[in-house]
Each structure stands twice: as structure tokens, then as C-alpha cells.
Unconditional design. Structure first.
Lengths: 87, 226
């Protein structure tokens, strides 16, 4: 009985140590440093990137809105023309 | 599509503003090789999805035109294809930039890249075909049939073929797609709005071109009737 208990406890300890060892390996791998733009961000430069992108897109949107208005005006002109022609 | 309503255009613009800000400022999974470029998911991939939606709309109008012969359907079919291919070109360019920084070269001999280029070329031939035919009914019918063929070719080329063979491209050739990395949905929160935003912008763009075409036709009619 005692021998069985001893052997089981040794086996269990070995098992647990090996699993922890494996897990430890996995965790060290995931804490390996992945290069990201952390310094860049901490210096606030990321906001420059965002601002540039926003400015460019605002320019595009403005162009779209102006074109949309031009087309709406043209469509109205045609409608009026057609209205006059039908009279 | 009601071109006079503006709410969906404003929505598209706001969504892209959101993507531009959140896409750069939000936390993203920290992965090797990709590093910060994983953010290109919100631009490059979203644009391809938007392109696909636009091409679906294009082929639907092509089929409608073959059924009813309404010239407006032909205009819509060709203009949606136009904007779709423009988005495809943007997709290729943004993909090329991404490739340079992650794969080391502006272009690689990869099945996904080759397949999408072939699909683009097939659609470009669609526009050349349209330009080569004078008679509007013939132009409409022949290009509508070609549109259906081009769309039917694009699906296996872009989605199926690259997954069957070795590829560098994420989601193909045994590589995991971004689902595996986006375990806490931090990417999807920005990715899905981006697809919707670009699709809405693409529809707005196509709408402007369609209305312009209609005006040109009206002008032609007026001049002919003088």
C-alpha cells in the first residue's frame, strides 16, 4: 500500500513537472518581443499618421460632394429643359 | 438605389473616418512578420470585399438587361463593373505594398496574386469589348454575356484555386486566415464596418458615373431631336 502510494506520488510529480515545463516553454515563446510601433506611438507620432489619412480622405469626400452637387444641378437643368420642350 | 437620398453616402463616409482613426489607434494582435501591417486588413482586404459586392451588382444588372433589354440596366452593369475594377486595382496596389514589407518583394509568383491579376485582365477585356461595338443593343447584349462569364471565372480563380495549392497568401495554401488571430474580435470590430464603408462609397461612386451616363444619353437625344 505504501509502495503504491510512493510510486503514484512520484509519477504524479513527474507528470506535473513535465506539463509545467511544457507550458512554461509556451509562455516564454508568447512573451518573446514582437516588434511593434510602440516607441513611435509613445512619441505621439501615430496621431500624425491618423491626421494625414483623415485630411486625404476629407479631400476625397469634398470632391465627391462637389461632383454630386454638379450632377444634381445638371439633372435639374435637363428636367427643366424637358419640361419646357413638352409645353 | 435612390441616388437622391444622402444618408447612406454620409454613413459610408463616417464609417471610413472611423476606420481611419480606429484602424491606426486601436490595439491589434502582436504577430511576427506582420507587426503593425496587420492593420492593412482594414484597407486592403476590405476593398477586395467591396469590389466583390460591386461586381455581384454588376452581373445582376447584366442578367436583368438580357432579360428586359432596358438600356439603363446596361449602363448600371457597366458602371458597377467599372468601379469594381477600380477597387480591384486599389486592392492589388495595397496588396503589393503589403507584400513588399512582409514577403520582401512588390510582387511574388503566388497563385492568389496570379489568379486575381487574371480576373482583372478578364474584366479589362470587358471594357475593351464594350468600346469596340457601336450599336447600343449589340454592345449591351454581348457585353452582358461577357460580364456573366467574367464573374463566373472570377469566383473559382480568386476563391477556390489558391486554396487548393501552395500559397503565401493568408487563408490560402494551408495558411491560417485572420480568424485565428482575431480571437477577441478586436480586428473584426473595425474590419466589418470597413467593408460596409467601402461598399457604400463604391456604390456612391458608381451612382455618380451612372447619372453622368444618363445625362450624356439625354444630351445625345436632345441633339438628335433638334
Amino acid at each position: 500500500m505504501k509502495k503504491l502510494l510512493h510510486y503514484t506520488s512520484i509519477l504524479l510529480t513527474l507528470l506535473l513537472t513535465s506539463i509545467t515545463g511544457l507550458l512554461a516553454q509556451v509562455t516564454t515563446e508568447s512573451t518573446q518581443h514582437v516588434e511593434m510601433a510602440d516607441t513611435f506611438r509613445s512619441e505621439g507620432k501615430i496621431y500624425v499618421v491618423v491626421l494625414v489619412a483623415v485630411v486625404l480622405f476629407s479631400g476625397f469626400t469634398l470632391f465627391m460632394v462637389l461632383t454630386e452637387r454638379k450632377i444634381a444641378r445638371l439633372e435639374k437643368t435637363f428636367k427643366d429643359l424637358k419640361g419646357n420642350a413638352d409645353k | 438605389m435612390n441616388w437622391k437620398k444622402h444618408w447612406w453616402k454620409i454613413l459610408g463616409v463616417l464609417l471610413i473616418y472611423f476606420v481611419l482613426v480606429a484602424g491606426f489607434l486601436a490595439d491589434v494582435p502582436r504577430l511576427f512578420i506582420l507587426n503593425e501591417t496587420i492593420r492593412n486588413l482594414f484597407f486592403h482586404v476590405a476593398i477586395w470585399f467591396a469590389m466583390f459586392v460591386l461586381l455581384i451588382v454588376s452581373v445582376v444588372y447584366a442578367i436583368k438587361y438580357l432579360g428586359k433589354g432596358n438600356p439603363l440596366d446596361d449602363i448600371k452593369s457597366s458602371e458597377f463593373a467599372n468601379v469594381g475594377i477600380f477597387f480591384g486595382l486599389l486592392g492589388i496596389l495595397t496588396g503589393s505594398v503589403w507584400a513588399k514589407f512582409t514577403w520582401g518583394d512588390w510582387w511574388v509568383n503566388d497563385p492568389k496574386l496570379n489568379a486575381t491579376s487574371i480576373s482583372m485582365l478578364i474584366y479589362l477585356a470587358y471594357f475593351i469589348l464594350r468600346a469596340s461595338i457601336e450599336n447600343p443593343q449589340a454592345k449591351g447584349r454581348i457585353s452582358a454575356v461577357y460580364n456573366i462569364f467574367a464573374f463566373a471565372a472570377a469566383i473559382p480563380l480568386i476563391f477556390i484555386l489558391p486554396r487548393l495549392t501552395d500559397s503565401l497568401h493568408p487563408g490560402n495554401g494551408g495558411n491560417p486566415g485572420f480568424n485565428n488571430y482575431d480571437l477577441d474580435n478586436s480586428l473584426r470590430r473595425i474590419f466589418y464596418p470597413s467593408i460596409l464603408g467601402y461598399t457604400l462609397l463604391g456604390i456612391w461612386f458608381a451612382g455618380i458615373r451612372i447619372r453622368l451616363q444618363k445625362l450624356k444619353e439625354k444630351l445625345n437625344d436632345l441633339e438628335l431631336n433638334k
